[in-house]
Design a protein around this ligand. Sequence first.
Ligand SMILES: C[S@@+](CC[C@H](N)C(=O)[O-])C[C@H]1O[C@@H](n2cnc3c(N)ncnc32)[C@H](O)[C@@H]1O
Length: 239
Amino acid sequence: MGVSADLKVLAALVRGMNHDRHSSHAERVQRFYAPQAAAYDQFRERLLHGRQALIAALPCAPGNHIVELGSGTGRNLLFFDDRLAHAARVDLVDLCPALLEVARERHAHRPNVRLFLGDATRYRPVHPVDCVYFSYSLSMIPDWQAAIANALRMLKPGGTLGVVDFHLPEGMRQPARTFLRRWFGHDGVRLSDEQPRFLRERVDTVTFSALQGPIPYLPLIRAPYYLFIGRKRVADPAQ
Ligand SMILES: C[S@@+](CC[C@H](N)C(=O)[O-])C[C@H]1O[C@@H](n2cnc3c(N)ncnc32)[C@H](O)[C@@H]1O
């Protein structure tokens, strides 16, 4: 792997996500990720910060049912370590077949992990679940509000919602704001300053932190990201 794998990813990032109006979101995502699927994890290890911290803070008690919406290659499950084997069931949901195939090979030996090709705004397990999380997927989902609403609907009252993602921090000035929005937007990542506020209005906040991390090959730029953990309100008629 090494540098040649990084070059594949960099080529895909430079090409960007094609936003032509004739293809669906699912088609665009598959076209963007398919050429870099095998190299995805190596590169994102240095770009998608806070994933390990998110997973460490999520509940994964024996018998729990957990859902990751926009799970990509399923890499995040490895952060659960030994706790994973005790979960009753973990659902990995993504609409990109190329990345789900990597997840399928990675987790084929785990009977409690199930993969679903589907949209995060629509996937719904039969029974309410203990924990739902998004790791760098909300910023790629056009209707991220619908994805959060869907996550809340599938959670048990008191269940945990976790998010780690890029964002535009409150108070970030121009021209950094416009630069980051356009630069991430080229690859289908919609940076927003609304997500943390939207989450805090709907869920009881357990943790929120706004942080920054390095970007591979770009020593002068830092990627702003946030980590949110909340609990579904016990009596919420809207959910
Ligand atoms: C940056 S990747 C993050 C993958 C993984 N969660 C991680 O932390 O490595 C974003 C993922 O969101 C998925 N995605 C984008 N829109 C989606 C949607 N509407 N429903 C489900 N998955 C979606 C993409 O296919 C991709 O796997």
